[in-house]
Design a protein around this ligand. Structure first.
Ligand code: SF4
Length: 282
């Protein structure tokens, strides 16, 4: 889109976080002048985080490497600038030579970063998958798939309709600003915000209930809550059997092996807080 003396492009922020904000990039003669949030993006509603607004500073920072470098011979520490065409040719030739040697692309592997499911990671992953290469590192969400039977999460906007929100070990007031908007919208309609974190974070400061769990004992706290949910019949057993792995063993473990009193002591939160937390989950 033309605007005055420059153009505006609609892009996705390459910040590689799960928000994948839609941005409007203002470009003049090939130079990025500024970025702003896209008001037509349903989740972010035209807002960006500080990192997003700083994209121009990042792109043009003096320490940023704006072209490919080749180290030759490998390990020598002797680097020289090469063109993008040369870099792409070197990579393509390597992929082709592996294919010629093994007659497939199975010897090609991507070690992807752990953590979020950012937009840029998805591009690399799709590229390697399209070649039949192997993704060598664990995908984000494998834990979710094992725990809930699916990778898809609820729409983040739906949090605005929640009655209770449990924020466990994350700090959206600082690093999930778009999510915080929907959390606060739910709170406008009387939703309770429960924050569990060893650190009294800015999100914890906004919570109706703050549970300061001792570092490394979250799993025990979760099992103590699960024990209460099982014992008080506040679970959907059919759903758990159909959608999770190892539910019977887990259920047996939490009911037989987990002591509420011990969990309260070891987590540092006490049994009253565990019961209160279980009440919100039920
Ligand atoms: S939250 Fe920030 S870093 Fe993440 S996609 Fe949006 S603007 Fe980019």
């Amino acid at each position: 889109m033309e605007k005055g003396d420059h153009q505006i492009f609609r892009n996705t922020c390459p910040g590689n976080c799960y928000s994948a904000c839609s941005i409007l990039s203002h470009v003049k003669k090939g130079k990025l002048l500024k970025v702003e949030g896209d008001p037509n993006h349903g989740y972010t509603l035209g807002r960006l985080c500080a990192q997003g607004y700083a994209l121009t500073r990042k792109d043009y920072h003096r320490d940023r490497l704006p072209f490919p470098m080749l180290q030759s011979p490998r390990g020598s520490g002797r680097w020289s600038r090469i063109s993008w065409d040369e870099a792409l040719s070197i990579i393509a030739e390597k992929i082709l030579s592996l294919n010629r040697s093994f007659n497939n692309n199975q010897s090609l592997g991507l070690i992807r970063g752990a953590g979020n499911k950012g937009f840029m990671q998805k591009i690399a992953e799709d590229f390697f998958e399209s070649l039949g290469a192997r993704i060598l590192s664990e995908r984000t969400g494998s834990d979710a798939r094992l725990g809930t039977g699916r990778l898809e999460m609820p729409e983040p906007e739906n949090m605005a309709k929640a009655k209770h929100i449990v924020i466990w070990g994350v700090n959206p007031a600082v690093n999930g600003v778009h999510q915080m908007f929907f959390i606060n919208r739910a709170r406008d309609f009387s939703a309770k915000l429960i924050v569990i974190d060893p650190v009294f974070t800015p999100t914890a400061a906004q919570g109706d209930i703050y549970i300061q769990v001792k570092p490394g004992t979250d799993r025990l706290l979760a099992m103590a809550v699960a024990k209460l949910l099982v014992e008080e019949g506040n679970i959907d057993e059919d759903f758990l059997l159909q959608n999770t792995e190892g539910w019977p063993e887990y259920k047996h473990y939490v009911t037989e092996q987990v002591s509420l009193e011990e969990a309260g002591r070891l987590t540092g939160v006490g049994t009253k807080a565990i019961r209160e937390l279980a009440r919100y989950y039920s």
